[in-house]
Design a protein around this ligand. Structure first.
Ligand code: NFE
Ligand code: MG
Length: 570
């Protein structure tokens, strides 16, 4: 029996440590630890609720916009503000384009090299790669010359000894199964995806003024001016055409590259259709309304809970049933750590009780993470693309059923393969396709409103704090790329009294709760075979399949362990 420690887990955002127990060549237990504390929730106390979105947006530089959306929604809920239809559309376009870009970056740049051996790509026959490329996609960049050129570029990087973005891979590991030609194809598309994502995210530069971290949010709507006759307005007929072109480029990239690549790689890793399954419980708040954001029936991705892999039943979501436990987290709750708390009464009182560095192992029987452990109705949940596809599939949503059934047919696999590491990867690709196909429809809605003189995008009715009640509370829900995101706000005398964010990666990467029940990462690693304990590629495959973001999940590091106080503004 031995303990494998992966720290830091790289190609993610933030600081994640995995400790796992290896017994007889398989993982028999696992612990997931966020090793960085941040404290954005504390920084918000005493501030003006109307500016919370600017601060929360800085929780993360990867999902660059999602915390703004959850934040403005929380304040709008607390103060009873309805946002104009155009604000809904622009928010959908900002968040939807973020989702497609994020999923593409995850597949090619954060996850592909767990499956693709860059060293092997150098041995490929470019003519054969060209044949494969032309057989799986209509993409025009598929000639022998193109792949030979990519191979030459990659060889020059390898020969230079400075591997740069390809450094520190487990190249040559026996668990890499792709033939050299497919490795070359994937490496070529890694480079194409880098270029494409940079161009595509101009959608944020147009609608949000910049990327990352769009600047056009407001409590009550958006600040993106709409005017059919004004060249200087952010949204005018000319810009609509630019947005339309960008939406089409997303659709093309996902259907020409992302989907065919996933379908081409998956058959070589059939073992991973039954590994990395995890909890079997899935939560989706649902989001991306086509009409009234308050009506979940209008959502592109439906709201619901699926329990124990039972695809015949979708349970309703009651936000009152969400709690966070700190029994195994480096925090203290007033009244004791055994009782979880609802986020409206949540607390962020950091207290590190772990070993002093340097150390070999965390004390996993005690507290071992800066992440709290979120629970729904007392149970751990997986959130994210797979959860959204599972809930949508179980709810009988046509686009989702068609996409999932189409992929299962192409892979000749039953629905049970969804509950796996590869299921997570495939669900993300299908979700990117559904979202990419949707973007142009929202551009059309915006164009329609513009043509019909409907240019309202901000509701100023509650902008003056003099119109607010003495106290108010609310919450905002959103489906971010990595899953269900909620912000809870308590407002007192026009200032934030308490603010709690319960974030996708906190759901997935959280530690055990007071009952000792594992979180999603921890459960997903059980029974995974590991070929070489010194190169635990198998752990990376499953953990990366969730697309970890620890910056989001922990939401100031003093490496010397000194105490400090955060200034309070009130
Ligand atoms: Ni920093 Fe984020 C949030 C997480 S979602 S990436 O919220 O977890 O994509
Ligand atoms: Mg939190």
């Amino acid at each position: 029996m031995s303990r494998i420690v992966v720290d830091p887990v790289t190609r993610i955002e933030g600081h994640l440590r995995i400790e796992a127990q290896l017994d007889g060549g398989k993982l028999t237990d696992a612990w997931s630890s966020g090793t960085m504390f941040r404290g954005i929730e504390m920084i918000l106390q005493g501030r003006d609720p109307r500016e919370a979105w600017i601060w929360t947006q800085r929780i993360c530089g990867v999902c660059t916009t999602v915390h703004s959306i959850a934040s403005v929604r929380a304040v709008e809920d607390a103060l009873g503000i309805e946002v104009p239809d155009n604000a809904r559309i622009v928010r959908n376009l900002i968040a939807g384009s973020q989702m497609v870009q994020d999923h593409v970056i995850h597949f090619y740049h954060l996850h592909a090299l767990d499956w693709v051996d860059v060293a092997s790509a150098l041995k490929a026959d470019p003519a054969k790669t060209s044949q494969i490329a032309q057989s799986i996609s209509d993409c025009s960049k598929s000639s022998t010359t193109y792949f030979r050129d990519v191979q030459r570029r990659v060889k020059a990087v390898v020969d230079s000894g400075q591997l740069s973005l390809f450094a520190s891979g487990y190249w040559g590991h026996p668990a890499y199964n792709l033939p050299p030609e497919l490795n070359l194809l994937a490496v070529a598309h890694y480079l194409e995806a880098l270029e494409w994502q940079k161009d595509f995210i101009r959608m944020h530069a147009i609608l949000g003024g910049k990327n990352p971290h769009p600047q056009s949010f407001l409590v009550g709507g958006m600040s993106t001016a709409m005017d059919p006759n004004e060249p200087a307005a952010v949204i005018n007929p000319e810009r609509i055409e630019v947005l339309r072109d960008l939406a089409r480029s997303a659709r093309r990239f996902v259907s020409d590259y992302y989907i065919p690549d996933v379908l081409a790689v998956a058959p070589y890793y059939k073992d991973w259709f039954s590994r990395g399954e995890g909890l079997g419980n899935f939560l989706s708040y649902g989001d991306y309304s086509s009409g009234d954001q308050r009506d979940p029936g209008t959502f592109l991705f439906p709201r619901g809970v699926v329990l124990g892999r039972d695809l015949t039943r979708v349970h309703p979501v009651d936000p009152a049933k969400i709690t966070e436990s700190v029994a195994h987290s480096w925090y203290e709750y007033a009244g004791g750590d055994a009782q979880p708390k609802h986020p409206s009464a949540g607390e962020t009182n950091p207290k590190y009780t772990g070993p002093k560095p340097p150390f070999d192992h965390l004390d996993v029987d005690a507290k071992y993470s800066w992440l709290k452990a979120p629970r729904y109705d007392g149970q751990p949940m997986e959130v994210g693309p797979l959860a959204r596809m599972v809930v949508g599939y179980a709810a009988g949503r046509k686009e989702i059923r068609d996409a999932v059934d189409g992929a299962l047919k192409a892979l000749n696999a039953p629905p049970s393969v969804l509950f796996s590491t590869l299921g997570r990867l495939a669900a993300r690709a299908l979700e990117a396709q559904i979202m990419a196909n949707q973007l142009e429809g929202w551009v059309d809605q915006l164009a329609f409103n513009l043509e019909h003189g409907n240019t309202a995008i901000f509701n100023a009715a509650r902008w003056d704090p003099g119109s607010w009640p003495a106290s108010a509370s609310g919450f905002g829900l959103h489906e971010a790329p990595r899953g269900s995101l909620g912000h809870w706000i308590e407002i007192d005398h026009k200032a934030i009294r308490n603010y709690q964010a319960v974030v996708p990666t906190t759901w997935n990467a959280g530690p055990r709760d007071a009952q000792g029940v594992r979180g999603a990462y921890e459960a997903s690693l059980l029974n995974t075979p590991v070929a070489d304990p010194n190169r635990p590629l198998e752990i990376l495959r499953t953990v990366h399949s969730f697309d970890p973001c620890l910056a989001c999940a922990v939401h100031m590091v003093d490496a010397r362990g000194r105490e400090y106080t955060i200034p309070r503004i009130s």
